[in-house]
Design a protein around this ligand. Structure first.
Ligand code: FAD
Length: 529
């Protein structure tokens, strides 16, 4: 008798995919057996195929037949060690996905993680987000990017990445499930968690770190590096006290500009990294559903539709980025005097709008005036655009906005349609904001998108600026094998801010890699670990 499940790939209508009894009947028919002979089944992969007129769910199903022993493969549980002061201490700066996954991996390696986070815990952080939305007040230490869980906490929680090995990605997803995420994320082709669910999951990760003997220090900001003979001995925090450890994983994210400035000031090697910038476009979700599903109504069995667009203009890419169906455009500035947009969505994706970043790669032409800043030229360009947008929109958290049709036709919008960005918008021509060649690529890109997706240039489609924090404009170099900084020993640049990730999953993967690299280094001097 088989103790391994059998597998089958089937295509079913959305109605069948959501009704277990109907699905069982269709499944039995496809296998060529009776419903009675089907003991148990589980969907293990799920995606939507909306290319044909009749939309189908593509399912991979694992099943057992009657008379077979039903033994579902177990998930491999993480084995965290209980650590004490006896174990080597490792500083983890930042509690974003890179920092949290690094801390959990350190516990697996029998090392004591000491997490240092400038922001507040997830609950306290929520109040500061309300202040940005309602009072236009940006707290430089607690906002959509800074605080427990990092930029990932109040995000869409899309857990999709093109980089990384399938097995590694699965392990990251399992860690989210162990901490309360739905098992659906293991099944869906484009998994996502949702802003409403992420804070609880992040809280449970914190509890695991603390339960096993790790430390987490909120409202504790790295303000200086303590360097002894090219070796990072420790850090100064909040400008007043010192913390020492045997190694330091620097996972401060790409919004922590003060870290880039600090490294530059201390003459610690940095590199320029290419990045993208543009606008956030928003449509009524019902319009995107109609375009993508080719039906007037989505119905109850299909999720709010997404899209992914890419075109070439002047041999350079214009593409959609971080598309949020049923989402909200969020004010993601990290200091007063700037505005930044990004997007999130709740788990049900049930807001009436669909938003997405539409960005172009920033190239030498755009950066010509910033060459004097060397490795920081991209960062300086980002800062200048964010400040300009803040000034043009009225020096609050309002952002410049323009109807997409008006942008394409080069005219100022007489009015801005209702949209999801809470602090409000001011009608501004995008041509006033971005350099000429960049604006041209965006405009031509939008024209091509509207040809591909008929209706994308709907009169109510609106663009908001800037979408400027897509990925890091700076790389903190590291040795490919040891992952240590080439000049500053004991420093492990990690995650999105260091330029080695772009999104929650890749940041988490990089966090684990850095923790493993630290363990490898420390095992030379601490044979016990
Ligand atoms: P971060 O998440 O940026 O974390 C860095 C942490 O370091 C922060 O908590 C910060 O407070 C802390 N820190 C900074 N400086 C210091 C200091 N000096 N001392 C101590 N602590 C410090 N990605 C996806 O994959 N899917 C999505 O759906 C998605 N949606 C997003 C929506 C929004 C609104 C935003 C803002 C981002 C979104 N992203 C999404 C991007 C994703 O959140 C990031 O790629 C990811 O969080 C990067 O992880 P990280 O750990 O490298 O850095």
């Amino acid at each position: 008798m088989s103790s391994q499940p059998h597998y089958i790939d089937i295509r079913v209508t959305p109605e069948v995919a959501h009704q277990p009894e109907e699905l069982k009947t269709v499944l039995a028919r496809q296998i060529g057996t009776s419903v009675k002979n089907l003991a148990e089944f589980k969907i293990i992969k799920r995606s939507i195929d909306a290319r044909a007129r009749q939309i189908k769910y593509q399912l991979r199903i694992a099943y057992f037949l009657r008379d077979e022993s039903v033994i579902w493969p177990e998930f491999e549980e993480k084995k965290y060690h209980q650590v004490t002061e006896a174990q080597p201490r490792v500083l983890v700066i930042g509690s974003g996905p890179a920092g949290l996954f690094a801390a959990l991996k350190l516990l697996e390696q029998n090392l004591k993680p000491v997490v240092v986070e400038r922001g507040k815990d997830v609950r306290a952080r929520r109040r500061d987000l309300a202040k940005i939305n309602k009072e236009h007040l940006v707290n430089s230490e607690s906002n959509y990017c800074f605080g427990e869980g990092g930029a990932g906490t109040y995000s869409d929680g899309k857990l999709y990445t093109r980089s990384g090995h399938k097995k590694t990605i699965k392990k990251i997803l399992l860690t989210f499930v162990e901490h309360g995420a739905s098992e659906d994320i293991l099944v869906d082709a484009h998994p996502h968690i949702g802003t409403n669910k992420l804070p609880d999951i992040i809280t449970k990760m914190r509890e695991t770190i603390l339960d096993y003997g790790g430390e987490i220090h909120f409202e504790t900001k790295l303000t200086d590096f303590i360097i002894k003979e090219n070796h990072l001995a420790g850090i100064e925090v909040n400008g007043e006290s010192e913390m020492y450890a045997e190694a330091c994983i620097l996972a401060t994210g790409h919004s922590a500009r003060d870290i880039f400035y600090l490294l530059d000031e201390k003459k610690i090697q940095l590199e320029f990294k290419t990045f993208a910038m543009g606008v956030r476009v928003e449509h009524p979700q019902s319009l995107i559903d109609q375009i993508q599903y080719k039906t007037p109504e989505r119905g109850v069995y299909l999720p709010p539709s997404a899209y992914s667009l890419v075109e070439q203009v002047d041999n350079k890419g214009v593409y959609s980025f971080c598309m949020c169906p049923g989402g909200i455009i969020a004010p993601c500035a990290t200091t007063p005097g700037e505005v930044v947009t990004n997007g999130w969505s709740p788990s049900k994706r049930n807001n009436p709008y669909a938003n997405s970043g539409i960005v172009v790669t920033i190239d030498d032409e755009e950066l010509a005036d910033f060459e004097i800043y060397g490795a920081l030229k991209g960062l300086k360009f980002q800062e200048a655009i964010e400040k300009k947008c803040w000034q043009l929109a009225g020096e609050t958290q309002r952002v410049p906005a323009q109807r997409l049709q008006d942008f394409i036709s080069r005219r100022k919008s007489a009015s801005i349609p209702k949209n999801s960005y809470q602090p409000g918008t001011t009608s501004v021509e995008m041509d006033q904001i971005f350099p000429k060649a960049m604006t041209k690529r965006l405009r031509e890109g939008f024209k091509k998108f509207a040809q591909k997706m008929k209706g994308f240039d709907h009169p109510d489609a609106v663009i908001l600026a800037p979408e400027s924090r897509t990925s890091s404009p700076v790389r903190i170099p590291r040795d490919e094998a040891s992952l240590e900084h080439p000049e500053l020993k004991g420093l492990f640049p990690c995650g999105e801010g260091a330029g080695y990730a772009g999104g929650i999953i890749s940041a988490a993967i990089d966090g684990e890699r850095c923790a493993e690299a630290v363990s490898k280094l420390l095992s030379k001097t601490n044979p016990g670990i």
